[in-house]
Design a protein around this ligand. Structure first.
Ligand code: MIC
Ligand code: SF4
Length: 662
């Protein structure tokens, strides 16, 4: 018999945060309300550092082993958040001892330190957190860049490096640059084959992958009500691809109905912006005008109408990921393919976002419809999204409902990945090629969530009672943390790599089954840094002793993986000199003692030779200041930093862990 949801004892939950009436005459956005209610230091002036009390955290296995090692090193006996959940969803392939060693370590650290544990196969962290834990008005920090999925529920949910999350679990505030708030005003309603995914693809096409840096996208307007919570979560999830700090929807009757169906209506509260709320920017989207869209290889912002791709043959279709693996997403796919045979030459796979989704599809017979159409069923996990199995054929075209299509991320270097909605993916799977949506006929009706959905909450493993002795089990894949030295007064270093715009963390620290299994072993994973960009990087970095990376705009966009800072630091990288940096990666550089510097004059980028010797007099570094650095053969170049005094101290100490220990 299925255990009743009541058997699940939630972790110490604080009562819902209630939002105090505003004290001045200025109306507040939802973002400002949540920040004001959680602010414990800093300033709410855009761009200034603001320190936030964090209610909930999530970690996933690929970033989590490091985060929990770091938490352990902080000597804090139990997590101090209202709720911390440790998910295993990325490295679920168990080819050899590495991933299972990590899972065992995570199970025992969760039990010891007071976190809920979600075992491999239960589901994808963001989908599970949406269904079971996140609630309107809370602050959530997760060691995964798609943590903003929780914004679909009206939470202020942000991605961060593992060390920042470990600190939040230790009860310390999480600091962000106070974002500018953009109101995205939705009018009209989706029609025909247009889906929630097309809203965020439309925005990406308009604003690009760096259009959201330093901003929160807050959705409002008459178009919001008709979007379900999973629709909203698709949009906030992929707001990460805009480079946004996060995205957020109001909490309304739709939110309440979702929570009621999940058996946790008590977690609901209404949360909307004041009618006279002031925003930094405004964008309007008329949903009635949207059509099915696709992001083309190899960036999520290279968006075109699906109709323009008609005739393009497709080798693989992958449906799932934290962006589009909800019950409604997959139920619609089932409705489209039911009774048909999918194209035989197209390999189609489906990964449900959670066991709840899988269970519902099975109970309704929709799973049978999917399987008997010829699709493959994968585990409830990230899977093909980071090349954890399910790679496409050589030079293949892969159509995915995912959020990232960076070159090589699928595990096949020359594959061409397109990002689409589940509706479009199902039609592509049927026909084996892109076609014009005008030929697709009547679109399926979006199913609503039943009033009462089956709970899987009994599957979450509860922590041991406080004070109980729990042994942490670590197999040989768990390598102890490295201690880095402080920043020297004079940093003599060499440029070891010069790269262009929009370098992703997948370029820096590739994912995939073989490499991601090394996340708990920094010396081993460091051998793969930049391997898909420049095979000589590791050798040059080692030879240089101290290294500098030079880049153009938006360096480090994409994932939150701190290994994209930690592994280069292991190889001796001490500074990144770029035209601009992505938010989470910049924070990760600071956490591991790497100087994030920007050109005062971006034109200087062109003047730096790719192997120049660099001298930085670090005694001249002042928080938020401009200073000259000497570049051999060029002379002095002015560089800027946007570091707070505390961040500068962290870098001087050799990183956040050293700083905290001090
Ligand atoms: C991703 O989608 O790139 C990942 C894999 O989920 C990463 C986290 C990681 O690298 O472990 C992310 O988005 O932060
Ligand atoms: Fe997992 Fe992909 Fe989502 Fe990252 S983007 S959390 S790899 S499903």
């Amino acid at each position: 018999m299925r255990p009743a949801p009541a058997d699940f004892i939630p972790h110490d939950r604080a009562a819902n945060e209630r939002f105090a009436p505003r004290e001045n005459n200025m109306g507040q956005s939802i973002t400002h309300k949540i920040i004001a209610a959680h602010m414990v230091g800093g300033s709410m002036e855009p761009g200034k550092a603001v320190d936030l009390r964090i209610d909930q955290t999530l970690t996933q296995d690929a970033t989590g082993t490091m985060a929990w090692l770091q938490f352990e090193a902080m000597d804090v006996p139990r997590v101090k958040t209202d709720l911390s959940v440790s998910y295993v969803d990325h490295n679920t392939l168990q080819m050899g001892f590495r991933n299972p060693d990590d899972h065992q370590f995570l199970r025992t650290t969760a039990r010891k330190f007071g976190a809920v544990f979600s075992a491999p196969g239960t589901g994808i962290c963001h989908q599970l957190h949406l269904e079971n834990f996140v609630k309107p008005g809370v602050t959530l920090v997760g060691s995964d860049s798609h943590t903003p999925t929780g914004g679909g529920m009206g939470a202020l949910a942000m991605g961060a490096g593992g060390l920042s999350v470990a600190l939040a679990m230790a009860g310390k505030p999480y600091t962000i640059p106070m974002p500018r708030v953009v109101r995205v005003w939705l009018t009209g309603r989706l029609t025909g084959w247009a889906a929630a995914k097309d809203i965020i693809l439309h925005l990406l096409g308009r604003l690009t992958v760096k259009g959201g840096v330093g901003k929160v996208f807050e959705y409002a307007g008459p178009g919001v009500a008709a979007l379900t919570v999973p629709d909203r979560a698709t949009i906030t999830n992929m707001g990460a691809e805009l480079g946004a700090t996060t995205s957020i929807f109001p909490s309304d009757e739709t939110t309440r109905a979702f929570l009621r169906a999940q058996g946790r209506e008590q977690d609901w509260q209404e949360l909307t912006a004041d009618a006279d709320a002031v925003y930094d920017e405004e964008i309007t989207i008329n949903l009635s005008e949207l059509e099915p869209l696709a992001a083309q290889p190899h960036m999520p912002d290279l968006v075109v109408p699906v109709a323009q791709l008609a005739g393009l043959k497709v080798n693989q279709v992958a449906i799932g990921s934290c962006t589009n693996s909800s019950y409604a997403d997959l139920r619609q796919v089932a409705d489209i393919v039911a009774g048909h045979r999918l194209c035989e030459s197209t390999d189609t796979c489906i990964s449900p976002g959670s066991k709840q989704v899988l269970d519902m599809l099975a109970m309704e017979g929709a799973l049978g419809d999917i399987l008997l159409s010829g699709a493959r069923l994968l585990e409830c996990s990230c899977g093909p999204c980071i090349g954890m199995g399910g790679s496409p054929v050589s030079a293949g075209v892969s159509v995915r409902t995912f959020n990232r299509n960076f070159e090589g991320r699928s595990g096949t270097k020359d594959a061409r990945v397109y990002l689409v909605s589940p509706l479009t993916a199902a039609m592509v799977a049927l026909r084996g090629e892109f076609s014009d949506p005008a030929t697709w006929g009547e679109a399926p009706v979006q199913p609503s969530l039943p009033d009462d959905v089956p709970s899987i909450r009994h599957l979450f493993v509860q922590p041991a009672p406080e004070g109980e002795d729990v042994e942490i089990l670590r197999g040989p894949n768990i390598v102890p943390l490295e201690k880095f030295p402080p920043l020297p007064d004079t940093l003599d270093a060499q440029v070891v790599l010069k790269v262009e715009d929009n370098i992703t963390t997948d370029h820096i620290m590739p994912a995939g089954a073989a490499i991601t299994a090394l996340r708990s072993n920094v010396p081993a994973i460091a051998e793969h840094v930049f391997e898909r960009v420049d095979a000589g990087f590791v050798q040059r970095a080692r030879a240089a002793g101290n290294g500098v990376i030079v880049a153009r705009e938006n360096y480090g966009q994409g994932s939150s993986r701190e290994h994209a800072a930690l592994a280069p630091r292991h190889l001796g990288i001490r500074a990144v000199l770029a035209c601009s940096l992505a938010r989470i990666h910049r924070a990760n550089l600071v956490n591991f003692g790497i100087l994030p510097l920007t050109f005062d004059n971006p034109a200087d980028y062109a003047r730096i030779p790719a192997d120049a010797a660099v001298r930085i007099d670090t005694t001249k570094l002042a928080a938020g200041g401009v200073m000259p650095v000497s570049i051999a053969g060029v002379g002095e170049v002015l560089v800027r930093n946007d570091l707070s005094a505390q961040e500068l101290d962290i870098i001087r100490a050799g990183g956040l862990l050293n700083y905290v220990k001090q």
